[in-house]
Design a protein around this ligand. Structure first.
Ligand SMILES: C[S@@+](CC[C@H](N)C(=O)[O-])C[C@H]1O[C@@H](n2cnc3c(N)ncnc32)[C@H](O)[C@@H]1O
Length: 306
């Protein structure tokens, strides 16, 4: 069954920018690099670190993740399903998959990919309510957008007893240095929150080294292709419309400086990523006890976005 959730809440500006960033990344990545996913991929030792191999690294990541799905799992909730390709892979492996996507563009693509066998809920995980429970709640590089408290409490309520929670994502290490790359839930906060819930850890695999090369590739693309292209576009506008160029520059000076420092300073690197982040595959089994937060359930027999 195909679900179209009702989007009741307005998105924040930061969420709109992030959504558009992900969409641009995917449109360019899928066109130029045949990318199917939005995650960093997994660079095995035998795979040369080259942008043309990002597609292969992403396939490695899917293999790595799916090889850790526990036996006996039949129903999966893929939270933050992105392009829907990973859900499609799971469906092809015989799992029954439902998806959550707050992004209309990706939700629509996922519906087309998965067809009527899956429900695609178009809302934030925080706004999703269902009386259903799942064998596995699955986050592939989406946990950081939801955060520890909401992510763990909601997953606890949506898992059957003995069900599993799988999170593959990067976390922020407690370092004092300034990091070039933002994002990631705080590792210490994650663990402190986890302790309050009845989850038993089954696996914790650090894959930071296998994911970091993607940051170098991204940095390279920004320095070698995107920045020079943008500089030429600005040069063109400045020569054709000098007044407009001056005005835009004056009004958005601070924003332009921020973008330059974040993306074009060259500070973003695999080494910086390894120092500041810890990318992990985490698997937990839910025990019998109830968690501190119970999520209100509806009387209907399918999920809704509230
Ligand atoms: C980096 S992408 C990963 C996509 C996909 N899981 C993959 O591995 O390719 C992050 C995803 O999280 C989703 N997301 C962001 N905030 C969310 C929220 N509050 N609830 C559910 N999903 C969210 C985004 O729409 C996006 O699809």
């Amino acid at each position: 069954m195909v679900m179209t959730g009702v989007k009741m809440r307005r998105k924040k500006n930061s969420e709109i920018s992030r959504d558009i960033g992900l969409e641009i990344g995917w449109i360019c990545g899928s066109y130029f690099l045949k990318m199917d996913h939005l995650h960093y991929g997994y660079w095995t030792k035998d795979l040369p670190v080259d942008i043309v191999n990002l597609h292969a690294a992403q396939e490695n990541y899917v293999k790595f993740l799916t090889s850790h799905i526990p036996e006996g799992v039949k129903t999966i909730l893929d939270v933050g399903c992105g392009t829907g390709q990973l859900s499609k892979d799971l469906q092809s492996m015989g799992y029954s998959v439902d998806c959550i996507s707050p992004n209309a563009f990706f939700a629509e693509r996922t519906r087309l990919l998965l067809g009527n066998a899956s429900r695609v809920y178009e809302c934030k995980y925080q706004d999703f309510v269902t009386p259903d429970t799942y064998d596995l709640v699955f986050f592939s590089e989406s946990f950081q957008y939801i955060g520890a408290e909401d992510g763990i409490a909601k997953s606890n309520s949506l898992l059957r007893d003995g069900g599993h929670l799988m999170i593959c994502d990067f976390f922020r290490r407690p370092v004092l240095d300034k990091c070039a790359l933002s994002g990631g839930e705080r590792w210490t906060r994650f663990n402190e929150t986890m302790e309050q819930y009845p989850f038993v850890q089954v696996a914790d695999i650090d894959i930071t080294d296998a994911t970091a090369p993607t940051v170098d590739l991204l940095n390279d693309a920004l320095q070698q292709a995107i920045q020079p292209t943008m500089a030429l576009a600005v040069q063109l506008v400045a020569s054709r419309h000098p007044l407009l160029h001056k005005l835009v520059h004056r009004i958005y000076r601070r924003k332009i400086e921020k973008i330059n420092s974040k993306y074009f300073s060259g500070r973003m690197s695999g080494e910086d990523f390894k120092k500041c982040k810890s990318y992990r595959l985490l698997l937990y089994r839910k025990g019998q006890a109830a968690g501190p937060e119970a999520v209100k359930q509806t009387a209907s027999n399918q999920g809704v976005c509230v």
